[in-house]
Design a protein. Structure first.
Length: 275
């Protein structure tokens, strides 16, 4: 069973909801650490001869185009993470569309290939509470075949959303949705597919959940961030919850991914979708 391996290509300072501490106008003044961390990720993936999907932030593609080309030339899929790393539900439809197309046109110009996948910052295509499902219409209208922005989680996402890949009808046709791996518990679904959940929860629980998915014929989707391959400490005082989410047990990231690559088969989303 092939599972899906994905990377959100953003730098350490692309953290949602800290605009009061580090506004986007200051991003250009921050030390960029993404290139060396992407090189670590590519080295790990090459070691296991695995191809992944890299959801690239347009802001990064514009500033480090050679990195995007390097990822693509190594055989990985390039998809969109938007341009400015703003949650979808904080944008008006016209703002989202401008952000989406700016990223799409920029990335396609770099790699010479149509991109078909999108992932919103912080899993921010949500249900009626934050009213951003309309983004799926715009994605489909502009040629995207799949999305990976709806997390089946209680506090960030849609708690009752399907946990396996599924199809969503829109005004412009169907779009395929690929949710991140979660584990059921008495407290609700737990985010074990990447980020702090992949780093903190026992590996045996992550392993068992993937095995259960695969036995039922369903793939698991794993994700990571370049900053999780770094020991860098940001020069700003993050709120404790953001510090935990971004840096809690961060040294376990590479070890966890290495174990997963040893134990399971992975591929890019595009290949899973199109064959």
């Amino acid at each position: 069973m092939k599972n899906m391996l994905t990377v959100d290509v953003e730098d350490w300072y692309h953290i949602c909801d800290i605009e009061h501490l580090l506004p986007p106008s200051c991003w250009d003044q921050c030390e960029s650490r993404i290139l060396s961390n992407i090189e670590k990720i590519l080295t790990l993936f090459n070691r296991f001869k695995v191809q992944a999907t890299f959801f690239v932030l347009g802001y990064i593609a514009e500033r480090i185009p050679q990195m995007v080309k390097m990822i693509y030339l190594e055989g990985h899929e390039i998809a969109s993470h938007g341009y400015g790393h703003v949650q979808v539900y904080k944008q008006k439809k016209e703002e989202f569309l401008e952000d989406l197309l700016r990223s799409k046109n920029l990335i396609e110009g770099l790699i010479g290939e149509t991109i078909i996948g999108y992932r919103a910052p912080e899993w921010s295509i949500c249900d009626e509470r934050k009213n951003s499902y309309w983004a799926l219409d715009l994605l489909t209208q502009h040629g995207f075949l799949y999305d990976s922005s709806i997390a089946p989680l209680r506090f960030i996402g849609v708690s009752n959303a399907p946990q396996i890949p599924y199809t969503i009808p829109t005004a412009y046709g169907q779009i395929r949705e690929f949710p991140p791996l979660v584990m059921q518990s008495p407290l609700g679904n737990l985010p074990i597919g990447g980020g702090w959940g992949l780093r903190v929860f026992p590996y045996r629980n992550i392993w068992k959940t993937i095995v259960q998915f695969n036995r039922l014929g369903h793939p698991a989707l794993i994700f990571c961030h370049p900053s999780e391959f770094d020991t860098f400490s940001p020069p700003i005082a993050l709120p404790w919850i953001k510090r935990f989410v971004c840096y809690g047990k961060i040294r376990t990231t590479e070890e966890r991914l290495t174990r997963l690559l040893n134990d399971f088969e992975f591929t890019m989303v595009r290949r899973f979708l199109l064959g």
